[in-house]
Ligand binder design. Sequence first.
Ligand code: FES
Ligand SMILES: [Fe+2]
Length: 352
Amino acid sequence: MEELIDEKIELAKTLPSKYYLDEKIFKKIKSKISLMWHFSAHENQLSDKNIVPIKHSKKLMNESIVLTRDGVIRSLSNVCSHRGMIINTESTKSNVLKCKYHGRTFDLKGCMKNMPKFDHVMDFPNDSDNLKCFSTIRWKGLLFTSLKEISTPGWIEFLEDRMGWLDIEAFVHDSEYYKSYNINANWALYVDNYLEGFHIPYVHSDLNEVLSYEDYETEIFENGVLQIGIAKDDEDSFDLPKISKDYGKKIAAYYFWIFPGLMLNFYPWGLSVNLVVPTSVNKTEIIYQRYIADASLIGEGAGGDLDKVEREDQEIVEAVQIGVSSSSYDRGRYSPSMEKGVHHFHRILTKI
Ligand code: FES
Ligand SMILES: [Fe+2]
């Protein structure tokens, strides 16, 4: 059967505009992607607290999730098994999760421990009174949760191969920093834009001063894309060890994207985690959190003024949303040298 997005980028046409406009397509895609692996937190967020509700899980997975830590870290349903109250709204340290509504308690594994005024209830408690436990995986301190998947995703191996040398476990969560942007565009347009450095000289004048456009690199892997920004001469770059695949290069930033909307942007100062939340067919929320390796480097190089770069991107993406709704536009073509990340994304999106 002919594929909607041809495997050969030289032949392929871009994503049809209905993907950015059609409510039904949006809903179908959103329900499928809600079941995939999603970033939940860095384990550093569970160092002094052991019960940490994940604010964005409801938006991304349509599920309220709380992380708990005893010996292990678990992703539990944050919904009380009695009458559905949200149990934890703030991070805390405790041996029990206690529902504020009628006082039901659970241990850190999600087992119901106590319920007031339930003495004569028959067949109680049973399994359905415990909190549901979802799959959790950990890579170098980063925690991912899935409502359905249980096998380790292939992209972990790629990340490990590329960034295994970096002490991400030691990064510290910046609890003061949580940014949320709401934009008037479909989430896939935001991802399209992220996946190419083609627009940098046209859209990001300051970033263009720092990165060498000609040396910008894009690699694709299972369910993901890596873009590498090479620093211009005396701009900030990673001090790469010999074990790094990129040893000898002047790398200003590693931009990893994992399907559907996870962006792990590594800079010499640390890691910016950006989450793309599809809100509706033409509304998207972008959440920024950050994890710091060296606070003295914040504000420098390619990871410097991220707010400005974000505003520039959003302006473009909102204009494209208007453009793709035009009756005179349906699909375009790809630049084989500059848009292979976008092409890879469109192929994944049209096959889920
Ligand atoms: S809803 Fe939680 S105890 Fe009633
Ligand atoms: Fe951009």
